[in-house]
Design a protein around this ligand. Structure first.
Ligand SMILES: [Zn+2]
Length: 145
């Protein structure tokens, strides 16, 4: 599968990541599956609701299941689906951590943006394979309409 998003979508993710730096940002990727393409239509920023050990949102993120349910419902009403999740890695590579892997759902695209010194840099996309391991997923930036 290839994730197709516009430069606007990417910019929304990057600016969200820069705003929350040095903490991780997270959000939902909404769109459609079309054959072997995952067409992104909307980016929905969410709060990082991680509240585990010492509130370490510099290294962790979690999306409130209630938020997720609300978005799922409103997007379904508009004929959209949640097709992926994005989050940032402050001062760290755009490579999923073991925590990311354990929390990941099959089929979703996981877009990770690395932020160095407050500036968004690399963005990589990942998806789980049949063995629950992350593999790179190609993505294409289309022109905004
Ligand atoms: Zn992560």
């Amino acid at each position: 599968m290839t994730l197709i998003l516009t430069s606007d979508h990417l910019q929304q993710i990057q600016s969200h990541a820069q705003q929350t730096y040095p903490h991780e940002c997270c959000g939902l990727i909404l769109g459609h599956l079309e054959g072997d393409r995952k067409q992104v239509l909307e980016i929905h920023a969410t709060q990082n609701a991680w509240s585990g050990d010492n509130f370490d949102t510099k290294r962790r993120y979690t999306i409130d299941p209630y938020d997720m349910m609300l978005v799922q419902k409103s997007s379904r009403d508009r004929n959209l689906n949640i097709i992926g999740i994005y989050h940032s890695h402050p001062d760290c590579e755009a490579v999923p951590s073991e925590c990311d892997r354990l929390a990941a759902w099959p089929q979703y695209s996981y877009l990770i943006v690395s932020v160095h010194q407050g500036v968004a840099q690399d963005c990589l996309c990942w998806t789980l394979d049949d063995e629950d391991q992350f593999q790179r997923e190609p993505f294409t930036i289309s022109h905004s309409t």
